[in-house]
Design a protein. Structure first.
Lengths: 115, 112
């Protein structure tokens, strides 16, 4: 069974540019989460999809970040325009719905470097 | 605010030493508790979890953790570490809702 896959693994862009990160969850997982780790700090929640609906986006830093999950399958996270403080590792996770099933499986992450 | 604390930022041990990594959380309600591990160059993997029942949970690779509700703690232990345990370890909780709240992580270095 394929795990959570993220693309690209590493992105280097200049301040002001746009970057789109992609996450493919495990097949059949309706829950999809985005997290971010800024260097030296804890992994922080960004948002949570259930299928194609945003369940919780309380962790999104500002309106430069836009997440979508069309059709309830893969998700994209767009940063436009990117700022220096957006640098970090962006993780995606997925899980099944239901008590006792919310074990989140993580992708390898996308390392974003904004210069 | 709800939070998770990992008190050890970097731990260095020799092979065969015993390991205990601390994790405390601040929340008075029902929690689900996790330890994740990230080996160098790899993705975050689930080491073990606690949802309910026996507070002593066993995970993969000989790790175990004990949930002590009165102390709001979920410390990770391993009686004898190996060089291959070198990794970063993250304690995390789900506090009622579904998002994980992580500690800052503990980097473990095992010296052969």
């Amino acid at each position: 069974e394929a795990g959570v896959t993220q693309f690209p693994s590493h992105s280097v862009i200049e301040k002001g540019q746009t970057v789109t990160l992609r996450c493919d969850p495990i097949s059949g997982h309706d829950n999809l989460y985005w997290y971010r780790r800024v260097m030296g700090k804890e992994i922080k929640f960004l948002l949570h999809f259930v299928k194609e609906s945003k369940q919780d986006e309380s962790g999104m830093p500002n309106n430069r970040f836009l997440a979508e999950r069309t059709g309830g399958t893969y998700s994209t996270l767009k940063v436009q325009p990117a700022e220096l403080e957006d640098s970090g590792v962006y993780f995606c996770a997925s899980s099944q719905v239901g008590y006792g099933k919310n074990i989140q499986y993580f992708g390898a992450g996308t390392r974003l470097s904004v210069l | 605010a709800q939070s998770v604390s990992q008190h050890n930022h970097h731990v260095i041990l020799s092979e065969a030493a015993s390991l205990e990594l601390g994790c405390n959380y601040s929340y008075g309600g029902t929690v689900n508790l996790f330890w994740y591990v990230q080996y160098p160059g790899q993705h975050l993997q689930l080491l073990l979890k606690y949802f309910s029942g026996d507070p002593l949970v066993k995970g993969i690779k000989g790790f175990e953790a004990e949930f002590i509700k009165s102390k709001f703690s979920f410390n990770l232990r391993k009686p004898s570490v190996q060089w291959s345990d070198t990794a970063e370890y993250f304690c995390a909780v789900i506090l009622g809702n579904e998002k994980l709240t992580f500690g800052t992580g503990t980097r473990l270095t095992i010296i052969p």
